[in-house]
Each structure stands twice: as C-alpha cells, then as structure tokens.
Design a protein around this ligand. Structure first.
Ligand SMILES: [Mg+2]
Length: 281
C-alpha cells in the first residue's frame, strides 16, 4: 500500500471514529484520533497477519490493545483492513453488538485477542504471548499499545521488569504519549517523570518519536523497532501524539477523552476530514 493510500485510511478512520461515537452519544474519540496513524501504520504496513482470524496466531504477528477504551480506532482499522464488514461499525456500543465499548473476546470479534479496558493488564498478556512464541520457535513478533496515563498502574512496572529479566526480545510495546488522561494532564494527575530514562533503567531498548501523528515517521519508527528485536532486550517506542488529532476543537485538551460530539460538532469534525474514496460505513 502506498503512503497516499495509507493517508486515505487515516482520514477515513477519523471519520469513522467521530461518527461511531456521535451515533451512540458515548465512547472515546480523543485517544482514538491520536492513534489513527499508529494503527494505520501497524495494520497497513508493518505487521504480518492474516484476516482469517484464529486465537492461536501461530506464524503471524500479534497485536494487543491494552488501553481498550480507544476501541473506536481499533474497530475502524480492523474493519477497514478486512477482519469484519465495515457496516458492522454501525453497531458500536449497541446491545448484543460484537463492538462493545471496551473490546471483549466473548463476542468473538475477529482481530480482538483480549478483553481490555481495565488498565495496566495488556502488557503482561503481550509478554506472555511473546514468550509463547519463543517456546514454539515462532519467529513472528508481538506488538502492544498503552496509554501514558495507564503507566500509573503498578502491574505495568512488574511486567516491564519481567520482560527485561527474561530477555523477551520479540515484543514491541508502544506508549501513546499524549500527556493527557481522563482527569487532566498526566503531569498534574501523577507525573511520569523521565519516562525514557525509567524504561531504560528497567532494561528495555527505548526508541522515541516526537511526531507520532506523522504517518511516515510512525512507519519509520516501527520499522526501526523491528530491526532492534532479537537482540536480547524488549523494545519500547515512546510515541508523542496529540489527543484529538485532526479535529481542531478536540486538540490541546483532555476534554474529549471520553465525550461524544453533538450534531453541530460532528458536522465540523467531518468538514475537517472529508469523505475519502473508501466511503463512509
Ligand atoms: Mg494519555
């Protein structure tokens, strides 16, 4: 897929996110929008996976979403890249839908490997999957995504320590470093301090990308991360993003972490992200 085609996906995914959340007047647009480039890079370029989904995932790369509340971007990407019909995005957060507000495995939605929403757990699961791949002599990789606010959960640090101590070097974990969380700026709620230094002190190989909403740069840092696997250390990407990216009034604030746009706000958001050749769901 060309860069231009991938950029089209980013724009269409932004539309999907705000339309889904608006339709049911609930959900999490801010973090979803900030990670549109990351997900597009991952599923459109970087990961080796099959849309013929099975839970074992042997012989393919795996992805685990730990900050499950950004399900709108996850669902849009899974649908747009062939895991299930895009029309199903219409069922987001509705009763009996496979697209629950926070992803679950119970509904059997293709592409979803763990329930997430309770923060701090996904890294442990991803590390377990990466270890299983090693035991199975499966040379594919495991990817995971985490919020920066999520790093305030203690289980994250247990997992970080474990992965380094056991040489789990087939995992690439990314921190969505937008500096915001549900209640405000992370530095005000519970400051993460020098995150880069802390991750390195925990034994991870740490990469950082300041332009996490620049698709080309996101692809490049993920490719760089891939080249650093298999060297004895787990790999971390600190990805600087903008919560609400691509919709002007949602940027520069934590206010849209978990809030739906009204009719007028939706129109504004869609006007800033015109429909693409992929079409609305
Ligand atoms: Mg955050």
């Amino acid at each position: 897929m060309t860069l231009e085609q991938l950029q089209t996906h980013v724009q269409q995914t932004r539309r999907d996110i705000v339309r889904m959340v608006h339709a049911v007047n609930s959900g999490h647009p801010g973090g979803s929008l900030g990670c549109a480039e990351y997900f597009t890079a991952l599923y459109g370029k970087v990961m080796d996976y099959s849309t013929d989904f099975n839970m074992d995932g042997i012989g393919e790369d795996l992805f685990f979403l730990s900050n499950g509340h950004i399900s709108p971007v996850y669902y849009s990407i899974l649908a747009r890249f062939g895991f299930f019909p895009v029309e199903e995005l219409n069922t987001f957060r509705k009763l009996d839908s496979r697209l629950q507000g926070h992803p679950t495995t119970h509904e059997g939605l293709p592409g979803v490997r763990i329930a997430s929403g309770s923060l701090g757990q996904g890294l442990s699961v991803a590390i377990g999957a990466a270890l299983a791949k090693k035991l199975n002599n499966d040379d594919k990789l495991v990817y995971s995504l985490h919020g920066d606010g999520e790093l305030q959960e203690g289980q994250i640090w247990e997992a970080l320590m474990f992965a380094a101590a056991k040489g789990v070097d087939n995992i690439i974990s990314t921190i969505d470093y937008n500096g915001r969380q549900i209640d405000g700026d992370t530095k005000d709620v519970l400051d993460l301090g020098d995150l880069h230094a802390k991750m390195e002190a925990f034994g991870w190989l740490v990469l950082e990308e300041k332009e996490g909403n620049n698709l080309e740069k996101v692809i490049a840092i993920l490719e760089k991360a891939k080249s650093e696997t298999g060297k004895g250390k787990p790999v971390m990407i600190i990805l600087h993003t903008e919560m609400g990216n691509g919709i002007d009034y949602m940027m520069g604030t934590h206010a849209w972490h978990g809030k739906a746009p009204n009719d007028e706000q939706l129109e504004k958001a869609l006007a800033q992200n015109p429909v693409t050749e992929l079409g609305d769901y």
